[in-house]
Design a protein around this ligand. Structure first.
Ligand code: CO
Length: 500
């Protein structure tokens, strides 16, 4: 068995190396690559992807895993080896259920669709994108049929982002959340609204970048094992190595929020990536447990820490020093309320904490309708606009501000959106537990001290990588599966105070 286990480790490590090299090339593509390099880069990435895929579905890997499965049942189920075998087997089975021709077709269709989506969004014309999306939906419906044993066709899609999660569970969570989230949002809108024009002024790029750097250095971001650059769309690359986790920031010169909170958000993803136990790297387990778990960490550092009063009690004087003309006369109280302002918006990525989940619920409803064949692509702009009116009382005036705003569907990512909301819920569930375990946490944050918090997260969440499925991990840490209650308590307490 020892020998077979070593063979498995070698095979998995090769896949890890191929994917790591591809991650670095992709990072470079979006940061420093000159435009002329695009064609060669796409060839290189395609070839590396093919090599990794060939190994991931190779009969040699399948045979080893089949032989090792009984062994995994006899050792400690939480050991690295048992998790290596079980997790690898799961993804192997899943990958081999999908015909190679489907993968080739899907890659072709989504590459084209992505380019067309950019054009359709620029021209704000859904009809340009529509035939491509129709093809993608057809392929996604077909994808679900490769997994006849799932309870619901959507489960096959969701599982790619949230291992083990079922749409039935998500529905229960969302059905509880939705009416109460709407209720909180309506209550806020009935109160006098917050005005924060001071956030929209000229803030020098260099200083914005410098401030973000100062904050994340305090968080404990390790500059020996990571770097921060600028890019058109902010992102984090966790795939290169557990000792090389990079992220990017986009500076908006006339608005303080996007760069500042974007930096904290991406840094949250990066801290998670840096916290995996190094031994897991070559076992392919040094990745996050799921998309929602990852998003719970970006949200935790961005919102629960970065939009909290104790955080600004420490950092606000420093920010005022950097921007004396812009913020010198703005009180801490006004600033804190300003960055937590609730306002319904058409655009998901600009939404505040009190309305964000409503954007997600709308998208999930549409995705389900499409996969269940209850909705047709041609009706999407109308369905979208009606739902926006119902949920947020707003109607998009064009497709770019409505159904065309997100990139996800053009890449075929169906099943992704709900992970954002689940991430919000997990972040608050963890936050309650953290505050029980570290009762003086607000006091620590007020002193600019984040090491106890980071150590807690590494110990309970980060170090485990993808050894456990998200529901299992959350249960282990909080003694409960994913639930919306802590999130609702958080919203009520925070916005109750801000809006009286
Ligand atoms: Co994120």
């Amino acid at each position: 068995m020892e020998e077979k286990l070593n063979q498995l480790k070698t095979l998995v490590a090769e896949i890890v190396d191929l994917n790591g090299a591809a991650s670095l090339l992709a990072w470079d593509q979006q940061t420093y690559m000159p435009p002329g390099g695009a064609e060669a880069r796409s060839n290189q990435l395609a070839y590396l992807g093919k090599l990794a895929q060939e190994r991931a579905i190779s009969p040699a890997l399948g045979k080893l895993l089949e032989e090792l499965l009984p062994y995994a049942d006899h050792i400690d189920p939480d050991s690295d080896e048992a998790c290596l075998i079980k997790v690898s087997y799961k993804w192997y089975k899943k990958a081999t259920c999908v015909p190679v021709e489907w993968v080739v077709e899907f890659t072709k269709v989504t590459t084209m669709a992505n380019q067309t989506w950019v054009e359709a969004r620029q021209k704000s014309d859904f009809s340009i994108f529509r035939p491509h999306l129709e093809k993608i939906v057809e392929l996604r419906r077909q994808y679900a049929t490769f997994f006849p044993n799932v309870d619901h066709p959507y489960d096959a899609l969701l599982d790619d982002f949230e291992p083990g999660m079922k749409i039935a569970d998500v529905k229960v969570i969302f059905d509880t959340l939705r009416p109460r989230q709407v209720e909180i949002f309506k209550a806020i809108r009935e109160k006098p609204q917050v005005d924060a024009p001071f956030l929209h002024q000229a803030f020098e790029d260099q200083k914005q970048f410098a401030f973000g750097k100062e904050v994340i250095s305090k968080f404990g971001y390790d500059w020996q094992r990571g770097r921060q650059d600028q890019s058109v769309h902010p992102f984090t690359t966790v795939g290169i190595s557990v000792n090389d986790v990079r992220f990017t920031t986009r500076i908006t010169p006339n608005f303080l929020n996007p760069s500042l909170f974007g930096t904290l958000h991406e840094c949250g993803h990066a801290l998670y990536g840096l916290g995996h136990r190094p031994e897991l790297e070559r076992l392919g387990l040094a990745v996050g447990a799921s998309y929602a778990t990852h998003e719970s960490q970006s949200r935790l550092w961005e919102n629960l820490v970065g939009r909290s009063l104790p955080f600004w009690q420490y950092f606000y004087p420093r920010l005022q020093d950097l921007f004396p003309t812009q913020l010198g006369n703005v009180s801490l109280d006004a600033f804190y309320k300003g960055i937590n302002k609730v306002e319904p918006s058409l655009i998901r990525v600009e939404a505040d904490e009190a309305t964000y989940n409503l954007h997600i619920m709308l998208r999930l409803e549409i995705e389900l309708g499409l996969i269940e064949e209850k909705i047709e692509v041609k009706d999407l702009p109308e369905i979208w606009n009606m739902a926006m009116e119902e949920y947020l009382g707003l109607t998009p005036t064009n497709d770019a501000q409505g159904v065309l705003q997100d990139i996800h569907w053009s890449g075929g990512s169906f099943g992704y959106f709900s992970t954002y909301t689940l991430g919000n819920l997990i972040s608050c569930q963890l936050w309650e537990k953290i505050n029980q375990d570290i009762p003086d946490l607000p006091e620590q944050i007020r002193m600019g001290k984040f090491d106890t918090l980071l150590a807690w997260l590494v110990e309970r969440i980060y170090q485990h990588g993808s050894k456990f499925e998200p529901q299992d991990l959350v249960q282990r840490v909080t003694s409960s599966k994913i639930t919306p209650e802590p999130y609702l308590r958080y919203l009520k307490a925070k916005f109750g105070e801000i809006y009286g």
